[in-house]
Write a protein that binds this ligand. Structure first.
Ligand code: DX5
Ligand code: ZN
Length: 225
């Protein structure tokens, strides 16, 4: 395998179902797996933590039989610890919770880990990576929001690049196997910037499901070399 292929393969693409056609969700999931997605990003919103409502465990368990993809569930809900078990049972493989959504972040992370799922913490654009300081060793991944959570199709917030870089440095300094995921406004223009800053998992809704050719759309987000 050449170095070029290695670099491309290091970056994982996670299409966000939020931008899919909700009248044909199962077909969309099948199509995106066939198109080469590395995982499926599922945005759960409660209308309280964010000003939008999407779906819950029932939709996720209904889609589970249609795909072998990793189901990466991004919980944008208040006190997520109340529902972690339900999402795990529904078929989530990875679960991220927002640092801003619970005062018992450590307990909530361990709830995810005890259910044998990959655990991640998501940070809103204004939230410092300092909140991760005493939790880092417990995490499988960190989701850096590059828009304010709640809606697809928003513009990438450039100041988040510094945060990705700072987190990357911290992870490298501690030599931890933690992946950095980015979410919001990722397209072929912003993808190289976040990759350069240290992101390894790119979530994208509009830039993938908003396109006709999903294969091309996924490829367009990967590094060219
Ligand atoms: C926003 C969600 C994102 C959203 C991204 O709160 O967390 O996953 O789907 O959408 P785009 O890629 O369109 O910014
Ligand atoms: Zn998301």
């Amino acid at each position: 395998m050449t170095i070029q292929q290695n670099n491309r393969n290091k970056i994982l693409i996670a299409p966000s179902l939020l931008s899919a056609d909700f009248s044909r969700l199962a077909e969309e999931v099948i199509a995106i797996e066939k198109a080469g997605a590395d995982m499926l990003h599922l945005d759960v919103m409660d209308g309280v933590f964010v000003p939008n409502i999407t779906f819950g465990p029932l939709i996720i368990s209904s889609l589970r039989p249609y795909s072998k993809l990793i189901f990466d569930v991004h919980l944008m809900i208040e006190s997520p610890e109340r529902y972690i078990k339900d999402f795990a049972e529904a078929g989530a493989d990875w679960i991220s919770i927002h640092a801003e959504a619970t005062i018992h972040l450590h307990r909530a992370i361990w709830k995810i880990k005890e259910l044998d799922k990959k655990a991640g913490i998501a940070l809103n654009p204004h939230t410092s990576i300092n909140v991760l300081k005493y939790l880092l060793e417990d995490l499988d991944y960190v989701l850096i929001m590059t828009v304010n959570p709640g809606f697809g199709g928003q513009n990438f917030i450039k100041s988040c690049l510094k945060k990705i870089k700072d987190l990357k440095d911290l992870i490298e300094e501690k030599n931890l196997p933690i992946l950095i995921q980015v979410d919001g406004g990722i397209n072929s223009k912003t993808a190289p910037l976040v990759i350069e800053a240290g992101a390894q998992i790119l979530v994208a809704g509009t830039a993938i499901f908003g396109e006709k050719d999903y294969v091309k759309a996924i490829e367009a987000l990967k590094p060219s070399t």
